[in-house]
Design a protein around this ligand. Structure first.
Ligand SMILES: Cc1cc2nc3c(=O)[nH]c(=O)nc-3n(C[C@H](O)[C@H](O)[C@H](O)COP(=O)(O)O)c2cc1C
Length: 186
């Protein structure tokens, strides 16, 4: 796929078929992810692949409870209250796979490194006909000891990018972008 087509055509997908994503495909996406630029080539990332729907349900419940418990005074989070209180809402949209990109807390620039690898992964998935979505709703909970315990993550691990992957059920419409604020200086 043409790179510009991938960059402009990729969308966050929130409806998936039940079709599994096979392991060689997941491995190819992770291979794309590790080709991202990263500080001092430390490659601090770890990819935790979760396909067990009961685990994803548990994390989703924990994530929703955590967000509701911590959102007081945060107007950005408050607007999601009704949705997070809906027992039928699963933060992972029942996608067949979650790939959590994390790193250990000691390394500098881990957030930048993991985010860049996440974008590579999402673009590679799109080029392979798959859908993805970064699930920020899950980040706060996955960073707690309860969240880390569910996935057996070490205490020093920082979950940065929870990315769901699956076969899109529908093609999302284009999401408009504002004209960029650009300052030409000099
Ligand atoms: C850090 C981050 C967190 C996000 N968290 C969520 C989320 O929890 N749930 C969700 O449905 N989409 C989430 N998204 C997807 C954004 O809503 C989406 O990227 C944005 O609306 C632009 O749409 P597009 O990705 O289709 O271009 C997140 C995206 C990023 C980068």
């Amino acid at each position: 796929m043409d790179l510009n087509e991938a960059i402009t055509g990729r969308r966050s997908v929130r409806e998936y078929t039940a079709q599994a994503v096979d392991e060689p495909t997941i491995a190819r996406l992770i291979d794309a992810a590790v080709h991202a630029p990263n500080a001092v080539n430390q490659q601090p990332w770890t990819f935790t692949v979760v396909r067990d729907q009961s685990l994803l349900d548990r994390i989703s419940r924990g994530a929703k409870d955590h967000m509701v418990a911590t959102m007081a005074g945060n107007p950005h989070a408050e607007r999601f209250r009704a949705r997070l209180s809906d027992p039928n809402f699963q933060v992972f949209y029942h996608a067949p796979v979650l790939i959590l990109i994390s790193a250990v807390a000691q390394a500098p620039w881990i957030v930048e490194d993991c985010a860049l690898s996440a974008e590579n992964l999402m673009l590679a998935a799109y080029a392979a006909g798959l859908g993805t979505c970064w699930i920020g709703f899950a980040q706060g909970f996955l960073n707690t000891s309860d969240g880390k315990n569910i996935l057996d993550l070490p205490a020093a691990c920082v979950p940065v990018a929870p990315i769901i992957v699956g076969h899109p059920k529908t093609v999302p419409p284009p999401v408009p972008r504002n004209a960029p604020r650009v300052r030409w200086v000099g």
